[in-house]
Design a protein around this ligand. Structure first.
Ligand code: ATP
Length: 329
């Protein structure tokens, strides 16, 4: 049966197509605990999927090639794209399936702003892992896909399963917690501004290395503390007010002083209301959590009126309990 795929008609090949949604994430909490011998940082994070996502189509092409298309000019189309890397990894790990089923055309409809601290690339990579698992009928479980995802990037394992999770290590060790899908969020970003994630971590290390914990046991206990801490408790009670007060991101300490436009945007969003405002990941996206869509729309309107800049973009969306989802076959 698998071999027949390669020789089947174009009509049949069309049947071998999956459409997926790859959701973005925000960081509700990001603490840099220390550095690691592998060059990454020891992190304690609370990650949250949102209802803003890229759409991917993964289609058998009957060749032995991986082809990538994307409608966003800033997204690379070569082997530096995480979606491409994911397909390459799968073809290397599952050589027989790749030989039997053949290559794929991957089309990314980019909805997530690029280099925005929203894991846009990582979630595309996660979607390709999920899509190829189906297309090549590999029968891999979510944890198996997440293990493969670790090779592509620290955020990829989370993007596979999504929802609300504690992430430790370099972000790849996950513990799912009570999903937080009752809140809304306004995201704001200047489309002419991006922050390099490696720059943000490097600068943090230069400025704050003396605060780093080096003892492995202490790092472990810091990582496990979060489970019983007030943030996770607030999440389990779906206590929006408390969650808003507890938002935290260590990377703000280096990104905000460097990017004054982001600081100003953060201040304006914070003053406009909502439960709490923070930068996501390494930025420059800033978000405000809200109790309702109406509140989120009001905050967007206030901020839009205060900052008259055509490069400033807003998104109003809901927190989501979904990771990569299949929307059609
Ligand atoms: P993270 O939050 O995981 O650090 P990010 O949201 O800040 O990521 P991305 O949107 O993933 O940033 O883009 C970072 C860089 O990665 C881009 O500038 C781009 O060159 C590259 N990239 C590789 N693959 C992709 C992809 N599929 N989508 C977007 N960018 C990609």
């Amino acid at each position: 049966y698998p071999l027949s795929i390669i020789h089947c008609s174009t009509h049949e090949l069309k049947m071998r197509t999956y459409q997926l949604i790859a959701p973005a994430k925000i960081n509700l909490y990001l603490e840099i605990v220390g550095d690691r011998p592998d060059g990454y940082h020891e992190l304690v994070m609370i990650l949250q999927s949102i209802d803003l996502g890229d759409r991917l189509e993964i289609r058998s092409n009957g060749t032995q090639k991986i082809n990538l298309h994307c409608n966003h000019p800033l997204v690379p189309l070569d082997n530096t794209n995480i979606a491409y890397k994911a397909a390459q990894l799968m073809s290397e790990e599952f050589t027989q399936a790749f030989a039997n089923y053949g290559g794929v055309n991957i089309t990314i409809d980019k909805q997530i702003p690029v280099a925005a601290g929203l894991a846009g690339g990582s979630t595309d990579g996660a979607a390709v892992l999920v899509g190829l698992n189906l297309l090549w009928e590999l029968g891999l479980t979510i944890p198996q896909l997440q293990k493969l995802g670790e090779k592509l990037g620290s955020d990829v394992p989370f993007c596979v399963s999504g929802g609300t999770a504690i992430a430790t290590g370099r972000g790849e060790k996950l513990d799912a917690i009570q999903d937080l899908d009752n809140l809304w969020v306004v995201l704001a970003k200047y489309n002419n501004l991006s922050v390099s994630t490696p720059w943000a971590y490097k600068t943090y290390k230069q400025q704050f290395a003396e605060t780093y914990i080096n003892d492995r046991e202490e790092i472990k206990s810091r990582s496990s503390h979060i489970h019983s801490g007030s943030f996770v408790q607030a999440i389990s009670h779906k206590d929006g007010e408390k969650i808003g007060q507890l938002l935290h991101n260590d990377l703000e300490k280096v990104v905000l002083p460097e990017y004054t436009q982001v600081t100003q945007l953060r201040d304006i969003l914070q003053q406009a209301g909502g439960l709490g405002t923070m930068m996501s990941g390494s930025g420059p996206t800033v978000f405000t959590l809200c109790q309702s869509q109406t509140e989120a729309e009001t905050i967007k309107k206030i901020a839009r009126e205060k900052i008259e800049d055509p490069n400033l973009e807003f998104w109003v969306t809901q927190l989501s309990s979904n990771g990569v989802s299949i929307i059609s076959e």
